[in-house]
Design a protein around this ligand. Structure first.
Ligand SMILES: C[S@@+](CC[C@H](N)C(=O)[O-])C[C@H]1O[C@@H](n2cnc3c(N)ncnc32)[C@H](O)[C@@H]1O
Length: 286
């Protein structure tokens, strides 16, 4: 089965489970079921406690329960009333709804997702939230269905690591951003080498781990796409016990592998800008 189909199937199942009140499965950027008492979907080391009480109070409970991200890009991004925001891989819509409130009625927040059940859930959450300056689009982040130079800010929350063609995603992000536009994304990032058996594991890919880019590779791919002012800021670095949580149930010798993985995976906030000036010569693009 193609990677994209596996991702679509897995996240479709996650959306259906949230809609029916069953809760998230144990392997969508989430290795442990909900422990309650927190303002987030689970006590998983990656997805838990990403949103504060104030943010949680602005959105329907179902949007919070569908949260499968690894950060809070809306909180870290600068968003100004009147701006247009695009969320790549918007899932149940949590970051789209929070962004829509931040850019206000004169602005607009788009969510883009390829999974029908996620789009259904996102539309339902929009309806419950009563927010109008939102549009959810069906499509793939490798082929964004928006015109060139049409978006002020691109956000995303733990989605780019799922793509098998990250260069294309970054080129598309660059294309749709206006000159001077900002890339403000949460993602899982790797520091250093990771054992190859982890990279090859499809469950870990779908769970946002195996497909994570190495920090310097992420920066290089952003620069190759044309971005400037690139910065990767760790927001959570995963320790030995977190590594055990990622690896358990995947058929690994967890005791042997976890020490090789500890401290190498982190959630990070990745910033970059599309230069405001068009290039005047080949040299100014280098
Ligand atoms: C880990 S979840 C994150 C959802 C949301 N950003 C959040 O924070 O809750 C990944 C989401 O990205 C979507 N997705 C994954 N790969 C995609 C692709 N290539 N194009 C469009 N959507 C994609 C999935 O359908 C899913 O809704």
């Amino acid at each position: 089965m193609e990677l994209k189909e596996i991702v679509r199937e897995r996240y479709g199942e996650a959306a259906r489970r949230v809609s029916t009140g069953e809760g998230l499965p144990a392997d969508c950027c989430s290795t442990t079921p909900c422990c309650g008492g927190s303002a987030s979907a689970s006590c998983d080391p990656i997805t838990s406690n990403l949103y504060d009480e104030n943010e949680a109070g602005q959105i329907p409970d179902q949007a919070l329960r569908a949260s499968l991200g690894c950060g809070n890009p809306t909180a870290l991004a600068t968003l100004t009333p009147g701006e247009t925001v695009l969320d790549l891989g918007s899932g149940g819509g949590i970051d789209v709804l929070l962004s829509a409130r931040r850019v206000g009625p004169t602005g607009k927040a788009y969510g883009l997702d390829m999974t029908d059940d996620m789009l259904t859930l996102a539309h339902e959450n929009q309806r419950k939230a009563g927010i109008e300056n939102v549009e959810f689009l069906k499509g793939e982040i490798e082929n964004i269905p928006l015109p060139n130079n049409s978006v002020d800010v691109i956000i995303s929350n733990c989605v780019i690591n799922l793509s098998g063609n990250k260069e294309q995603v970054l080129r598309e992000a660059f294309r749709v951003l206006k000159p001077g536009g900002r890339f403000a994304v949460s993602d899982v990032v790797v520091r250093g080498d990771v054992p190859p058996e982890i990279r090859r594991n499809m469950e870990l890919w779908v769970g946002c781990i195996a497909g994570a880019m190495e920090e310097s590779e992420y920066k290089r791919k952003l620069a190759d796409a044309g971005f400037a002012d690139i910065d990767v800021e760790p927001t959570r670095i995963y320790d030995l016990e977190d590594a055990r949580a990622f690896l358990s149930g995947q058929g690994f010798d967890v005791d042997a592998l976890a020490p090789q993985v500890q401290g190498k995976f982190m959630s990070a906030f990745i910033r970059a800008t599309k230069p405001a000036q068009a290039c005047c010569s080949p040299a100014c693009c280098s």
